[in-house]
Design a protein around this ligand. Structure first.
Ligand code: FE2
Length: 164
C-alpha cells in the first residue's frame, strides 16, 4: 500500500469548517522543531465531546464503508484533532510519524486551496489529493505539513485508526 484517498461529501467539509470556526482551540508551538500551528484541539483540555460526536456521525460512517472495502477487517478511530495553518504564518507541522501502536494515519483536507500545502513525505512522492479528500497512509512514514507562507489557509482533521 502506498496510500488511499477517501472523498467525503462536501457538506461534511462545511459542517466541520463551521465547528472549527466556533471552537476556541489553542495554538501549538514546539521549542525544538519548526512546528507551530495557529489553532488546534490536539490538547484534550480544549477538546469538547461534540467534536467526536460530529466526527462519528457525519464523517466516520462514510469513511468506514470506503476503508472496509480496502482492508476487509474491523477497525476504529483512536484519536482525532483539527489543525488550522493560517495563511502567511509559517504554520508548520514538522516531520514526524505516528508509530508505534497505530494501524493507519489519516489527514482529512477540510480546506486546501494551494498545492504547496499538501502533506510532504520523506520517502514517498507527493500524494494526489484535493480539498475534501482524506489521505490514508502508513503511520510509520515520516511526513510534514510544510510551512504555510502562501496566501491560503489550510485546515485539516487528522486521525488515527487501529485494526481491531
Ligand atoms: Fe501526522
Amino acid at each position: 500500500m502506498n496510500y488511499w484517498v477517501y472523498r467525503a461529501p462536501s457538506s461534511v467539509r462545511d459542517l466541520f469548517l463551521d465547528y472549527i470556526e466556533r471552537d476556541k482551540g489553542a495554538s501549538i508551538k514546539e521549542d525544538h522543531s519548526m512546528t507551530q500551528i495557529s489553532k488546534s484541539n490536539w490538547n484534550s483540555d480544549t477538546k469538547d465531546p461534540t467534536f467526536a460526536r460530529l466526527f462519528q456521525k457525519y464523517y466516520f460512517e462514510g469513511y468506514t464503508h470506503f476503508l472496509y472495502e480496502k482492508v476487509k477487517r474491523d477497525f476504529d478511530w483512536t484519536n482525532m484533532w483539527y489543525q488550522v495553518y493560517e495563511k502567511n504564518s509559517s504554520d508548520c507541522h514538522d516531520f514526524h510519524n505516528h508509530f508505534p501502536g497505530i494501524s493507519l494515519a489519516n489527514v482529512f483536507y477540510v480546506e486546501l486551496k494551494s498545492r504547496e500545502l499538501v502533506t510532504q513525505f520523506k520517502d514517498m512522492s507527493q500524494p494526489d489529493v484535493n480539498e475534501g479528500d482524506t489521505l490514508i497512509f502508513d503511520p510509520t512514514l515520516m511526513h510534514r505539513s510544510p510551512p504555510n507562507n502562501t496566501s491560503d489557509r489550510k485546515v485539516v482533521i487528522s486521525f488515527n485508526v487501529n485494526f481491531l
